[in-house]
Design a binder for this molecule. Structure first.
Ligand SMILES: *[C@@H]1O[C@H](CO)[C@@H](O)[C@H](O)[C@H]1NC(C)=O
Ligand SMILES: *[C@@H]1O[C@H](CO)[C@@H](O)[C@H](O)[C@H]1NC(C)=O
Ligand SMILES: *[C@@H]1O[C@H](CO)[C@@H](O)[C@H](O)[C@H]1NC(C)=O
Ligand SMILES: *[C@@H]1O[C@H](CO)[C@@H](O)[C@H](O)[C@H]1NC(C)=O
Ligand SMILES: *[C@@H]1O[C@H](CO)[C@@H](O)[C@H](O)[C@H]1NC(C)=O
Ligand SMILES: *[C@@H]1O[C@H](CO)[C@@H](O)[C@H](O)[C@H]1NC(C)=O
Ligand SMILES: *[C@@H]1O[C@H](CO)[C@@H](O)[C@H](O)[C@H]1NC(C)=O
Ligand SMILES: *[C@@H]1O[C@H](CO)[C@@H](O)[C@H](O)[C@H]1NC(C)=O
Ligand SMILES: *[C@@H]1O[C@H](CO)[C@@H](O)[C@H](O)[C@H]1NC(C)=O
Ligand SMILES: *[C@@H]1O[C@H](CO)[C@@H](O)[C@H](O)[C@H]1NC(C)=O
Length: 397
C-alpha cells in the first residue's frame, strides 16, 4: 500500500514541479494599501480613560479601518467599507462616558460591508501543582484587563505599543503591539506570521509579572464581537514545515461561519506557539492550545470595552481561552516572560506557501530527475531517428 502511494506520488512529481515553478513566478503580485495614522481622531484633548488609534488603510475601491482602543479592555476593531472615502466620526463626550452606543461611527454607514472586533478581556493564572497544564481547580483570581492602568499609546509609523499592569504585577507588565501593513510580508521575529495588506498583527506579551504561585501557568481570554457573522469556529490547518516557524506544523484560524457560504469575512489567525524569551530561540518555544469558542454575553463585552460599546448596538460575542505551555514544560517562573502573536484581518486568512528555501530544494530534488528524464528522452529520440535514418540508407546495397 505504501509502495503504491509512493509510486503514485513519484508519478505526480512532474506536474507538482511545474505547479511550483508556476506559483513561484505568479506569486509576485503585490496588493497594497495606503495607510493614514491618526491618534484620537477629532479629539481636542487626550481622552481620559484610554486612547483611540485609527489607521485608515485605503485600497482602490475600499477602505479598512483599524481601530485600537484602551478605554477598558484593549480592543481591536476592523471595519471594511466599499468606498475609498469612508471616515470615522467620534462624539468624544459620549465616547469617554462609555455608555452610548453609536458614539463612534464609520460613515457613510451604508458603505460598511463587515466588521470584526477582538477584545483582550482577561489574563488567567493557575497553580499547576501536579504539572498537568490543565487549568482546573487551582485557578487564581483572574486579572480583568479592563481594570488595568494602561499607558498612552506609543506610535512608530503604523505600529502602536500599549502596556498596562495590575497592582499585583509588581514591576511587570502586559503589553500589546499592533502593526498594520501596507502590503504583504512576514513578521520580523518568530513565529514570523505571513501577513497581507488586509490584516494586522498583534503581539501580546507578559514580562516580569510576579507569579502568584510557584508553578504558575497562564491563559489569555479573547472575545470576538462581530456584526451579522461573528467569529464562531476555529479551524486548525496543517501548516507547511518551513524555516519561518520551526517545529510548528499547524495554524489555527478563528473565522466567521457564514451560512452556507465558504467565504470568510473576517478572521483571527495564529500559530499554536508562544515564546519564553523576548528574542526567541527554538528552546524557548512553548506550545499553546485554545478552547472551543463559546457564546458569550455581548453586553458584557460592551461593558468591558469602550470601543465595543461605542460602535455596536446589541451584539453577539464568542470567547475562547488560549493556554500557554504543556505538561512537562517549564513554568512561567523560569523566565518570567511569555509572548504570543496573532493576526486579525478581513477576508480570507493568508496561507503559508513553500518558502524560497524549500522551493529551491524541491526544485533541485524534483527538477533534476525531470531534466535527466527530458535529456534522456531527447537522447533516445535522437538515437532512434539516427537509427531510422541509417536504416533507410541500408537497403541500397
Ligand atoms: C475599482 O477601481 C478600479 C481602478 O482602480 C476601477 O477600474 C474599477 O472600475 C473599480 N471598481 C468598482 C466596482 O468601482
Ligand atoms: C455629542 O453628544 C452630545 C451629547 O449626546 C451632543 O450634545 C452633541 O451635540 C454631540 N456632538 C456632536 C458633534 O454630534
Ligand atoms: C450614561 O451615563 C450618564 C452618567 O453616568 C447617565 O446620566 C446617562 O443616563 C447614561 N446614558 C445611558 C444611555 O445609559
Ligand atoms: C456599496 O456601494 C454602493 C455604491 O456606492 C452602495 O449603493 C451600497 O449601499 C454600498 N454598501 C454595500 C454594503 O454594498
Ligand atoms: C495533585 O495530585 C494529588 C495526588 O495525586 C491529588 O491529591 C491532587 O488533587 C492533585 N491536585 C490537582 C490540582 O489536581
Ligand atoms: C521594582 O523596581 C524597583 C525600582 O526599579 C525596585 O527597587 C524593586 O525591587 C522592584 N520590585 C520587584 C518586585 O522586582
Ligand atoms: C485584500 O482585499 C481586497 C479588497 O477586498 C482584495 O481585492 C484583495 O484581493 C485582498 N488581498 C489579499 C491578499 O487577500
Ligand atoms: C513556593 O514554594 C516554597 C517552598 O517550596 C514555599 O515556601 C512558598 O510559600 C511557595 N510560594 C508560593 C507563592 O506558593
Ligand atoms: C442560514 O441558512 C438557513 C438554511 O440554509 C436559512 O434558513 C437561514 O435564513 C440562513 N441564515 C442567514 C443569517 O443567512
Ligand atoms: C476561560 O477559562 C476560564 C477558567 O477556566 C473560564 O472561567 C472562562 O469561562 C473561559 N473563557 C472562555 C471564553 O471559555
Amino acid at each position: 500500500m505504501a509502495a503504491a502511494a509512493k509510486k503514485r506520488s513519484r508519478g505526480a512529481s512532474s506536474p507538482v514541479y511545474l505547479l511550483l515553478v508556476f506559483s513561484l513566478f505568479s506569486g509576485g503580485h503585490s496588493f497594497s494599501r495606503q495607510l493614514v495614522v491618526e491618534l484620537n481622531p477629532g479629539s481636542p484633548f487626550t481622552p481620559p480613560g484610554g486612547e483611540l488609534l485609527h489607521v485608515r488603510a485605503v485600497g482602490d475601491n475600499d477602505t479598512l479601518h483599524f481601530l485600537f482602543c484602551s478605554q477598558g479592555a484593549p480592543t481591536l476593531l476592523l471595519v471594511h467599507t466599499n468606498t475609498s472615502s469612508s471616515t470615522v466620526k467620534v462624539n468624544w463626550s459620549q465616547f469617554v462616558s462609555r455608555n452610548h452606543s453609536g458614539s463612534l461611527k464609520v460613515e457613510p454607514e451604508s458603505s460598511v460591508l463587515h466588521s470584526t472586533a477582538v477584545v483582550f478581556s482577561r489574563l488567567l493564572e493557575y497553580d499547576d501543582v501536579n504539572d498537568t497544564a490543565e487549568p482546573t481547580s487551582d485557578l487564581l483570581p483572574p486579572y480583568e484587563l479592563q481594570d488595568f492602568s494602561w499607558s498612552r499609546l506609543r506610535l512608530s509609523g503604523p505600529t502602536a505599543l500599549l502596556c498596562g499592569a495590575a497592582a499585583a504585577f509588581a514591576n511587570g507588565s502586559l503589553c500589546l503591539q499592533l502593526s498594520v501593513f501596507e502590503s504583504a510580508g512576514r513578521g520580523q521575529s518568530w513565529p514570523r506570521l505571513l501577513h497581507t495588506a488586509n490584516s494586522s498583527q498583534v503581539g501580546v506579551w507578559i514580562d516580569g509579572v510576579l507569579p502568584r504561585a510557584n508553578r504558575s501557568r497562564f491563559l489569555l481570554e479573547l472575545q470576538a464581537v462581530g456584526g451579522a457573522y461573528p467569529l464562531s469556529r476555529v479551524e486548525v490547518h496543517r501548516s507547511i514545515d518551513d524555516e519561518f516557524t520551526p517545529s510548528i506544523f499547524k495554524v489555527s484560524q478563528w473565522v466567521s461561519a457564514e451560512n452556507g457560504s465558504s467565504d470568510v469575512l473576517g478572521f483571527v489567525q495564529w500559530k499554536p506557539v508562544a515564546y519564553r524569551q523576548p528574542a526567541p530561540t527554538l528552546e524557548d518555544a512553548t506550545p499553546c492550545r485554545h478552547s472551543d469558542p463559546r457564546p458569550q454575553s455581548g453586553e458584557a463585552a460592551a461593558a468591558a470595552s469602550g470601543l465595543i460599546r461605542a460602535f455596536y448596538g446589541k451584539t453577539e460575542a464568542f470567547g475562547l481561552n488560549v493556554s500557554f505551555g504543556l505538561a512537562g514544560e517549564p513554568f512561567y517562573d523560569s523566565t518570567k516572560f511569555l509572548s504570543w502573536t496573532l493576526l486579525v484581518g478581513s477576508g480570507s486568512p493568508p496561507m503559508d506557501s513553500f518558502s524560497p528555501l524549500v522551493l529551491s530544494m524541491m526544485a533541485v530534488g524534483l527538477g533534476t530527475p525531470l531534466i535527466l528524464l527530458l535529456v534522456g528522452g531527447v537522447y533516445v529520440c535522437v538515437r532512434k531517428r539516427a537509427a531510422a535514418s541509417t536504416a533507410t540508407y541500408e537497403p541500397i546495397n
